[in-house]
Write a protein that binds this ligand. Structure first.
Ligand code: ADP
Length: 504
């Protein structure tokens, strides 16, 4: 089977302008510069393999200059003394600009990452704008407390007055992955800017285009110089250097658990604050009374959306044995219905994976499972040698010890396992080192909430999967991460508390 997809010419003037001509540059102190060592690397459309652009290959020296710019901006009165309401208006303006340029941002995202136009244009680009809107409203509501203390040893006749203030944590290195590039950047930039931090953003090397366009929009919005700097380049150079940098106060990272561990190691020099949103192996538990009109498309969407390249993808389904076989059959039909193609083709349901290397990685999990007895009910293969397309795949007869059941695949592959008792479903669901998310499918209210309480995960959905909103805190339990994004919790991670205690 092969899947030939022709190159796509961008339609929007904005995307054309970004992709036309010269190599892209780094954004440092609101100036677009070439990389210090002059290097560049290519970025491709994973669907057609076409070259999209050359990006500046930042190195440690660029990261140093960017961190210095961010450090200066932290105490620049234009940023430090900006009134909270003005900071809120600035965030709101960034959201407006993202919305005004949503078509071109969606086009760039789809070209660079592969995801369908609908996912980019209807879901992720608007969600990126919503991140800025949500935190715009917080900018003038960051409050300290006055605190009555019980200290008894103050001088006679004097009183104590104690209070807390909130301060930005400082210079933040935001290191983002390739699965939802603009949204992952927005989820870090919006709370960081709300808190008054400054940022060096290192987007994933596979998908940096929307971050660069966002950089132009941030300058247009009027963000003071150095508040957000963007250094494109590789994780092992720029990313690792930022994670170890003595002048970086915090790393906000989304990506693999493996790289998360490296960041923990690198950050210990100056004991950086860390938020880590890492891998997952999220279960979907389908009870015998589940409403299959909801559960079937819901479980299918939970794994196949964005071709499974979603940290919370429901890659392990546990389905009650009374409905297991019928469920597998119908899920396989759902998988088979999905039309694969270029993300910008209106007929396409699923685009390619981010690269053919990622498709090869997914294939290795499936092939290894097959050779240990797993049965393929749908899909199971790449659409051609070197292709970045991987067919939506349903697997049964899996064993909990298979690598495909223990590691994050990050592809459109779901393994379905039967269970008999809810307690057994919970044991199976929790048999993982991860704890990012889960879904529970049942019409029984008590069962739903009991299962939600029993699953070890940062998010549990009941009769839905992958529902996100900036209001909902999102984070990983166990080896799925440290800290939370979104909600008031997401802002906390960018703030320090200072306790001031005075004898008056
Ligand atoms: P994914 O494959 O899910 O994108 P990775 O963890 O490989 O996840 O990459 C996420 C981000 O981390 C990317 O921007 C990548 O360049 C960066 N990265 C990779 N290795 C390192 C490292 N050693 N230190 C810091 N960042 C890194």
């Amino acid at each position: 089977m092969t899947h030939h997809v022709p190159p796509h010419q961008p339609k929007t003037p904005g995307a054309n302008a970004l992709l036309a001509g010269k190599a892209k540059r780094l954004l440092i102190a609101n100036v677009w510069r070439t990389a210090a060592e002059g290097g560049a690397f290519a970025t491709h459309d994973p669907a057609s393999g076409a070259l999209l652009a050359y990006l500046a290959e930042g190195t440690a020296s660029d990261a140093d200059i960017a961190v210095a710019a961010a450090r200066d901006a932290l105490v620049d009165p234009a940023w430090r003394d900006m009134k909270p309401s003005a900071r809120g208006r600035l965030l709101w303006k960034i959201a407006d600009l993202i919305e005004a340029h949503a078509d071109e941002l969606a086009e760039l995202e789809t070209l660079d990452q592969g995801k369908s136009w609908a996912t980019s244009r209807m879901a992720e680009i608007p969600a990126s704008a919503e991140q800025f809107r949500y935190y715009a409203g917080f900018a003038n509501k960051i409050l300290g407390q006055t605190i009555p203390t019980s200290i008894g040893y103050h001088p006679p006749g004097k009183k104590l007055f104690a209070y807390t203030t909130r301060e930005p944590v400082g210079v933040v290195a935001a290191i983002t992955p390739w699965n939802s590039p603009l949204l992952m950047a927005a989820m870090k930039l919006a709370p960081a800017l709300c808190a008054g931090c400054t940022v060096v953003l290192k987007p994933a090397e596979e998908t940096s285009l929307t971050a660069l366009r966002l950089g132009e929009l941030l300058v247009e919005a009027g963000l003071p110089a150095g508040v957000v700097n963007i250094v494109t380049g590789f994780g092992s150079t720029v990313g690792a250097h930022l994670a170890a940098h003595p002048d970086v106060d915090k790393v906000a990272f989304t990506g693999s658990t493996e790289v998360g561990r490296m960041i923990v190691g690198a950050a210990q020099g100056n004991l950086k604050k860390l938020t880590l949103e890492l891998g997952g192996k999220s279960p979907a538990i389908v009870m015998p009374d589940a409403d299959l009109q909801l559960a079937l498309p819901g479980v299918a969407r939970g794994i196949f959306a964005n071709s499974g390249q979603v940290c919370v993808a429901g890659s392990r389904a546990y389905v009650h044995s009374s409905i297991h076989d019928a469920f597998v059959e119908k899920l396989a039909l759902e998988a088979g219905k999905l039309r694969l193609g270029h993300g910008l083709d209106p007929e396409t349901d699923l685009g390619p994976l981010v690269s053919s290397a990622q498709a090869a990685r997914v294939a290795s999990y499936v092939d290894e499972g097959k050779s240990s007895g797993a049965v393929i009910a749908a899909g199971g293969e790449r659409l051609g040698i070197d292709s970045a397309f991987f067919a939506p795949t349903v697997v049964t007869a899996v064993h909990p010890e298979m690598r495909m059941m223990r590691e994050e695949i990050f592809g459109p592959v779901i393994a379905v396992t039967p269970f008999d008792e809810p307690e057994e479903a919970l044991v199976l669901a929790n048999d993982t080192k991860f704890g990012l998310a889960a879904s529970v499918w049942t019409q029984d209210l008590s069962a739903a909430h009991r299962l939600a309480a029993g699953v070890r995960a940062g998010t549990v959905w009941i009769n839905c999967h992958s529902y996100f909103s900036p209001e909902l805190p999102k984070g990983g339990h166990r080896e799925s991460g440290w800290g939370y994004e979104n909600g008031p919790q997401g802002l906390e991670n960018y703030l320090e508390t200072k306790a001031v205690c005075a004898v008056i």
